[in-house]
Design a protein around this ligand. Structure first.
Ligand code: NDP
Ligand code: MG
Length: 393
């Protein structure tokens, strides 16, 4: 029996994780569930999964959560504040942590799980993008098992040789990692119309049902940019060894090309329960509830190269991957400010990339030697981005 903490349980990934857990009551038990504000959903989840702890990170919702937990006769201890996330991530009774908080808020709790040597299922790509080598060093030091949940990275992980050694692609015969992406809802929209796209249109992804932040990132392809940086850190490859391939059907979730001309791909329906079940069960395979691919009814697959004029955010991220950690950290911070402003109606769609570019022009190269320095730098760039917002909006 494995004890699991689900950080960000009320989100899209959190809900899919609980769906997989519910299919295997004999193998997995929920230790803790966390949310930021959606306490009613959290309590509904707790009634089903009976965790030992509930964490509500926004203190304004704590009293309501306590009342609801009492009404539902839950035995769970209800905790408040971001520090409590670390407590439930590193708790000695926990075997496995699903890191599914969105954005930079996921960094410290995810790192706590890593430092405690847990099996860490990483959905929160922003934490790795922000802290790169510091994060990976902690994984190596603690012996944590880091398994990617992002469907592309999970696919790449499955296509790499089992003997693959971190940072040594050539010795394993690897030529390129081919990171696929659908291109999102605006792949064929006339570029001149992009500026007027609404949050609702940006969040209507053709293939995936996801949280709002990652949905906007998919529409600008910043998501693919963050994933590009994530690939470099997760698998120890250089930016030159990664190519982005547009594949609008989202059935191939990424590929690894070998020196002998072989290309290994992982395929499946676009449903996050597949990578979640893969990582939860690893190295075994467990049932996920995802419909099997029906090859008799498959659309034609198509592939193309990304258009950086349409997706300037993708170019910014690929460049940042070569510029050093400070650039990736800055880009992630600027983008979180930009996307939040877009979702609030303060910035138009094309303003997101403009703001990100403007912030990246203003930051200067510096080394980030500790997580404290990463967090301080993230905060500093957010303040700069807020200033730029007044000018760009
Ligand atoms: P959602 O927005 O659906 O959920 C986010 C979760 O984080 C919610 O539980 C939310 O709580 C919680 N949360 C939000 N803000 C904070 C905060 N400041 N402190 C603590 N908790 C917070 O996001 P997704 O599930 O879509 O994405 C989660 C992560 O997984 C992201 O990093 C994303 O990039 C990654 N990912 C997601 C995929 C997907 O298909 N959705 C695919 C690949 C990666 P509340 O509900 O109370 O607001
Ligand atoms: Mg992805």
């Amino acid at each position: 029996m494995q004890n699991i903490t689900v950080l960000g349980a009320t989100g899209s990934i959190g809900q899919s994780t609980l769906d997989v857990i519910a299919r295997h009551p004999d193998q997995y038990q929920v230790h803790a569930l966390t949310c930021h504000q959606q306490v009613e959903s959290l309590i509904q989840q707790a009634i089903i999964h009976q965790p030992k702890f509930l964490v509500i990170t926004d203190p304004a919702y704590y009293v309501q959560a306590q009342q609801l937990a009492k009404q539902a006769k839950l035995s769970a201890e209800v905790l408040s504040g971001a520090e409590s996330l670390q407590y439930v991530a590193e708790h000695p009774h926990v075997d496995c942590v699903m890191a599914a908080i969105v954005g930079a808020a996921g960094l410290l709790p995810t790192l706590s799980a890593v430092k405690a040597g847990k099996k860490v299922l990483l959905a929160n790509k922003e934490s790795l993008v922000m802290s790169g080598s510091l994060f990976i060093q902690e994984v190596q030091r603690s012996g944590a098992i880091l398994l990617p949940i992002d469907s592309e990275h999970n696919a790449i992980f499955q296509c790499l040789p089992a003997t693959y050694q971190y940072g040594k692609p050539q010795q394993s015969g690897i030529d390129k990692i081919l990171l696929t992406g659908s291109g999102g809802p605006f792949l064929t929209t006339p570029v001149a119309e992009l500026a007027s796209k609404s949050p609702q249109q940006a969040c209507a992804h053709p293939n995936w049902d996801m949280g709002r932040k990652i949905s906007v990132d998919s529409a600008t392809m910043m998501n693919k940019g963050l994933e590009f940086i994530e690939v470099c850190w997760l698998f120890g490859v250089s930016p030159q060894q990664v190519d982005v391939v547009i594949h609008p059907q989202s059935v191939i979730h990424s590929m690894v090309q070998y020196n002998d001309g072989s290309v290994l791909a992982q395929l499946g329906n676009p449903d996050m329960r597949t990578p979640i079940a893969h990582a939860m069960g690893y190295p075994e395979r467990i049932e996920s509830g995802v419909a099997k691919l029906d090859f008799s009814n498959m659309q034609n697959f198509s592939f193309s190269q990304p258009d950086y004029q349409r997706f300037p955010n993708l170019k910014l991220a690929i460049e940042a991957a070569s510029q050093g950690q400070y650039a990736s950290t800055a880009l992630n911070a600027a983008n979180e400010v930009a996307v939040a402003a877009f979702l609030r109606g303060q910035l138009n769609f094309t303003g997101i990339a403009k703001l990100n570019n403007e912030v990246l022009q203003r930051v200067t190269s510096q080394s980030l030697r500790s997580i404290d320095e990463v967090i301080a730098y993230d905060q500093q760039v957010r303040r700069q981005a807020q200033q730029c917002l007044q000018e760009v909006a």
